[in-house]
Design a binder for this molecule. Sequence first.
Ligand code: AMP
Length: 430
Amino acid sequence: MSQPTIQPTIQLIRGFKDILPGETELWQTIEKTAITLFEDFGYREIRIPIMEKTQLFARSIGEDTDIVEKEMYTFPDRKGDLLTLRPEATASICRSYIQHKMYAQNPVQKFYTIGPMFRRERPQKGRYRQFYQIDAEIFGIEEPYADVELIFLLHTLFNRLNVTDTTAHINSLGCPNCRPRFKEALSSLLDDASEALCKQCLRRKDRNPLRVLDCKVPGCKEAMAGAPALIDFLCDDCRDHFSTVTDLLSMLDVPFTIDKQLVRGLDYYTRTAFEIQTGALGAQSAVAGGGRYDGLVRSLGGPQTPAIGFAIGFDRLAEIVSTCNPAVLKTPDLFIAALGKQAKELAFKWTAELGSNGICTTLEYRRKSLKAQMKQANRAGAGHVLILGESELDSGVAVLRDMAAKTQKEIPLDLVVEKIKQTFSKTCEQ
Ligand code: AMP
């Protein structure tokens, strides 16, 4: 008879997901690889809140962006203050940099942070409503070395994770000096295309024409196909900045493509903008994105501070990494098969002591036969099994079986912990 399907009465929210054991090992590997790399390059971890005042995101990401217009989880708290679940990390890091006057100590600061973000987008493969990002940011450096350092870090991280099917797309979005000439060049095209534009773009076209270039609606995309590119309107300083970025990338052998159409979906970007794209993800081809935001700290009330950062889509990266790396499953070093109350209690004490000494030990707490426990040890992939039944208690020795070599030896009960510690040089951490 088939089992009735059991469903929890309450299921998770649409677009949200659980990351289960079996996947978390991979997530931890990615996290450790990223953290090691960041710390080797002098980045320090910053942890920022999951929620901020709505104004922080509206002002920094931009009122006309998709994120702010349509995707934020915003609600009034009990006192009526508008709060938002963070859709990205940069705005909060800027707020923190200003609020704690970190610039006073040293304007140059390098941060990383890893955590969940929230955007109410249409859920699909590679696009979630709660997703995770790995962020890195450099404050206080205007020189193109910072831009190239970040792109180099992305390139190195992906290589270390065996992800090689990626390309860095780079562009320059100029500075406030370059924008008026560009807007002028774009305006006649926008006026001519008015009928083809979506409602939002009609509203955005005068206030924020860059957003029209980033619109995903097919009609808008078509109408903007022949639009001029900002990179062709750069002032001398921005042009020099961008050409140094490309020279330094070549010097470090980081492959890149200049992508004039790359605009990015957030308003705060200036000068260098970049995206790491991959063929491995279907429609959601961007696995990381970032850029310079030289005006953001000032606009949020801080001193003029150039800055640049990136965000890697952790969920997307994990998906790619899982396809190009064999799964690494953690197995226990030792399984203790204990039979009877007295044996179980002694084994329980050993398990606590061995676990505290970094030897990953599993003890079956429930009452099970030796045969069932050996099967279980096999299934778990334990390297060794320690057998302690009534006859072992009587004779004063436990039996340690090496599962791969299929050999076994006896260990006096009072020496078990010591002998097993000697046997294992490997720890749970490794
Ligand atoms: P952004 O903060 O929009 O620059 O995005 C940076 C990276 O985060 C993107 O390249 C994606 O890899 C990832 N990302 C953004 N939105 C989502 C989402 N809704 N679901 C999963 N990953 C996302």
